[in-house]
Design a protein around this ligand. Structure first.
Ligand code: AMP
Length: 314
């Protein structure tokens, strides 16, 4: 089943306590498409890069069999650039730079061959552009959207309009609080669901993710890892794994949404093990499956058999 991914294609400069990468290939579209490509095909991308985007980035996507017809190359422009610095607590990151460059005037044009894509993932880009994409495609089976504080603060009204068209919103905890204007994540989830999305997923960095629907709260842990090098793209890899699994199985039941959350978490865990997109470079089906099962073991426990007449718990 086809997945359409709209997002940024970027050159990222990232500092973590363990090292620094300058102008590394990144962007929300890059991470989402790569993660989704492990589950389904075709994965199609829509985005724009400048003439300075390395050929290596294009090859990386081609090797994953990702359809690049919708990736515009503006030879005279500069690629979107983002820079961030992570604290010792890797859940905390400062954005040092956001240079929209070719993204500033980008008007996504959806190629004819993309218009019937069943599964759509709107990566974190200008909410107007997210809507623009939806206007150009036939009714998809599911629309997943991501956003961030940058758009919540600067383009709140535009974002609200886009939220009405999204089925599943994926945000991190601070973004959920900001958007809902409520510190409690369960309440924030409900408030956001009233804005449009039927399902809200709140990512909590190394504390996992929570799936909130009308009837369920499902909490997934993050995979406990000793070596986290670069959390950049974890959220996008999550979204890619999540939509990739749903597209592969074509099943929107709550049980399958939970599985999709775990596959998303698994892809995020591979992503953070290396700098940039390297962590998603060469995964095998077996590796992904093993990690999926490891997640199940993480929080599985057996109920203790209660023998009455002994020590009651009051
Ligand atoms: P994540 O770590 O999942 O939040 O995603 C990080 C990626 O998002 C980086 O590769 C950035 O290039 C990209 N990014 C950061 N800010 C923006 C923005 N305002 N618009 C689009 N993409 C962005």
């Amino acid at each position: 089943m086809s997945v359409l991914v709209v997002g940024s294609f970027a050159l990222d400069t990232v500092e973590t306590p363990f090292g620094k990468a300058v102008d590394a290939i990144g962007g929300s579209g890059m991470y989402i498409a790569t993660a989704a490509s492990y589950f389904t095909a075709p994965v199609r991308v829509v985005g724009v890069v400048g003439g300075d985007f390395p050929q290596e980035g294009i090859r990386f996507l081609e090797q994953r069999n990702i359809d690049l017809e919708g990736l515009e190359i503006d030879r005279n422009g500069k690629t979107f650039r983002w820079a961030g610095r992570y604290h010792y607590d890797l859940n905390v990151r400062d954005t040092l730079l956001t240079e929209l460059n070719v993204f500033e005037k980008f008007q996504p044009t959806i190629p004819e061959s993309y218009r019937h894509s069943a599964w759509v993932c709107l990566g974190n880009i200008d909410p107007r552009q997210q809507r623009n994409v939806l206007n150009q495609i036939e009714k998809p089976r599911l629309v997943i959207g991501d956003t961030m504080n940058y758009w919540i603060e600067r383009e709140n009204e535009e974002l609200r309009k886009t939220l009405k068209l999204i089925d599943v919103l994926i945000v991190n905890d601070s973004e959920a609080r900001l958007l809902a204007n409520d510190p409690n994540l369960v309440k924030a989830g409900r408030i956001i669901r009233e804005m449009g999305p039927k399902v809200v997923i709140v990512k909590k960095g190394e504390h996992g993710a929570v799936l909130l629907t009308a009837g369920t709260v499902f909490s997934a842990p993050a995979y406990p890892m000793e070596n986290i090098f670069d959390p950049t793209g974890a959220g996008d890899s999550f979204a890619g794994g999540f939509i990739g699994w749903l597209a592969r199985t074509d099943d929107l039941s709550e049980e399958n949404l939970k599985r999709a959350v775990i596959y998303g978490s698994a892809l995020a865990s591979f992503c953070v093990e290396k700098f940039g997109v390297e962590g998603l470079a060469d995964l095998s089906y077996l590796q992904i499956q093993d990690r999926f099962r490891a997640f199940r073991e993480l929080s599985r426990f057996e109920e203790h058999e209660v023998s009455y007449g002994g020590h009651d718990i009051n």
